[in-house]
Write a protein that binds this ligand. Structure first.
Ligand SMILES: O=C(O)C(=O)C[C@]1(C(=O)O)C=C[C@@H](O)C=C1
Length: 306
C-alpha cells in the first residue's frame, strides 16, 4: 500500500513532530518562503513613512497611534486570531495577544509538543526588519524610482524613497515578517528535540543559568555552513529574471534581489536569533518541575545524538 502524502507542517497528522530531520525540513522550506517574500517586497520602494509611528493623520483620527505597518498587522492579526491561528504552537502574532480577540473555533487538538512557555521575539524581529531589512532590500527599487523622478523634474530626498504603495508593500511586509517569525520560533521545536535526546547534558547548565554552555550544546557549525551554502544557491536561482520567451537573463544587473543581502540576513540575524530562542526555551524547560521529576529526566540515557 502506498503511503498517503500529508503537509509536512501539519502538526496534527504528521509523523513525530520532534524528529530533528523533520524540523530541519521545515526550516529548509521556510528558506524558500523567506526568499520569495523578500523578492516580492524588493519591487517596492522603501516607503519610510509606512514605518513611522503617528505619521498618518487618518489613523490618528481613528485612535491608532502606531505606524501604518503596525496598524496593518493589528487588523490582519485580529482576523487571524479569530480563525485560531495563534493557538498553534508555531504561530506568533506581532500584536500584543491581549489586544487580539479570542478564537471563534475551539483550539485545534494539537498534541502538547512544547513545554509551556511565553517566549515571543516578534518585537525584536519587527524592529530589525524596519531598521535594517527593508532599507537594504528596497535599495534597487528606490534607486530606480529616484532616477525616474529626477528625469521628471521631481526633487526632495523623501520623495525619492516613496512610491505610495503603502498597502501593497505592507501586505508583503506581513508575509516576510510571519515567515521569519515562524522560522525563528521553530527554534523551540529544535530545542525540545535536542533536550529530549539527551536531557542529562542540558540539565546542569539550565540549573546554573549558563547561557553560553547551552548555546554551545545546541550549535551545529556544519549544519549552519551547509544552510548558508544552500541559501546562496537558492537565492541566486530565484533571483533570475526570464526573457519573454523563457530564456534566463543570467546577469547580475537584472537580479530580482541582492543575493548577498539574503545570505547576510540569515548569517547575522536569523540564525543567531533562532539560537537565542533555543536557549531562552531551554532556560524555562525545567520550570515548575519537582526535584524528583528532574532527577528522573537526568537519568535518561542519551538517544540518537543528532
Ligand atoms: O538545525 C539545528 O540544529 C538548529 O539548531 C537550527 C540552526 C539554524 O538556525 O538553522 C541553529 C543552530 C545550529 O547551529 C544549526 C542550525
Amino acid at each position: 500500500m502506498s503511503s498517503v502524502p500529508y503537509p509536512v507542517q501539519n502538526l496534527i497528522l504528521g509523523e513525530d513532530p520532534l524528529s530533528l530531520d523533520r524540523i530541519r525540513g521545515i526550516l529548509t522550506r521556510l528558506e524558500d518562503t523567506i526568499i520569495f517574500s523578500l523578492i516580492e517586497r524588493a519591487q517596492f520602494a522603501h516607503n519610510p513613512k509606512a514605518y513611522r509611528r503617528g505619521e498618518f493623520k487618518e489613523l490618528r483620527d481613528i485612535g491608532f497611534n502606531g505606524s501604518w505597518l503596525e496598524w496593518f498587522l493589528k487588523e490582519t492579526e485580529t482576523f487571524h486570531a479569530k480563525a485560531r491561528r495563534y493557538t498553534s504552537p508555531d504561530e506568533y502574532p506581532f500584536t500584543d495577544i491581549n489586544e487580539l480577540p479570542p478564537p471563534i473555533l475551539k483550539p485545534a487538538p494539537h498534541p502538547p509538543i512544547l513545554y509551556p512557555n511565553k517566549i515571543n521575539v516578534n518585537k525584536s524581529i519587527l524592529s530589525f526588519y524596519v531598521q535594517h531589512i527593508v532599507p537594504r532590500i528596497t535599495r534597487q527599487a528606490t534607486l530606480a524610482l529616484s532616477a525616474l523622478k529626477r528625469a521628471n523634474g521631481i526633487s526632495g530626498d523623501e520623495e525619492f524613497e516613496d512610491d505610495g504603495n503603502y498597502g501593497s508593500a505592507a501586505f508583503v511586509d506581513l508575509e516576510v515578517l510571519q515567515a521569519i517569525s515562524k522560522r525563528v520560533h521553530y527554534g523551540k521545536f529544535v530545542s525540545e528535540s535536542k533536550f529530549r535526546d539527551d536531557p542529562a547534558a542540558f540539565i546542569p547548565h539550565i540549573q546554573s543559568r549558563n547561557r553560553e554552555a547551552l548555546a554551545n550544546l545546541i550549535t551545529k557549525p556544519a549544519v549552519e555552513q551547509k544552510l548558508l551554502q544552500r541559501l546562496r544557491k537558492k537565492a541566486n536561482l530565484y533571483a533570475i529574471n526570464f526573457s519573454p520567451d523563457g530564456e534566463p537573463l543570467n546577469d547580475s544587473a537584472t537580479r530580482k534581489i541582492d543575493v548577498e543581502g539574503v545570505v547576510e540576513l540569515y548569517e547575522d540575524y536569523i540564525i543567531p536569533l533562532t539560537k537565542e530562542v533555543e536557549v531562552d526555551y531551554l532556560l524555562v524547560r525545567l520550570d515548575g518541575m519537582s526535584p524528583e521529576e528532574i532527577e528522573a529526566l537526568a537519568s535518561k540515557p542519551k538517544q540518537n545524538g543528532q
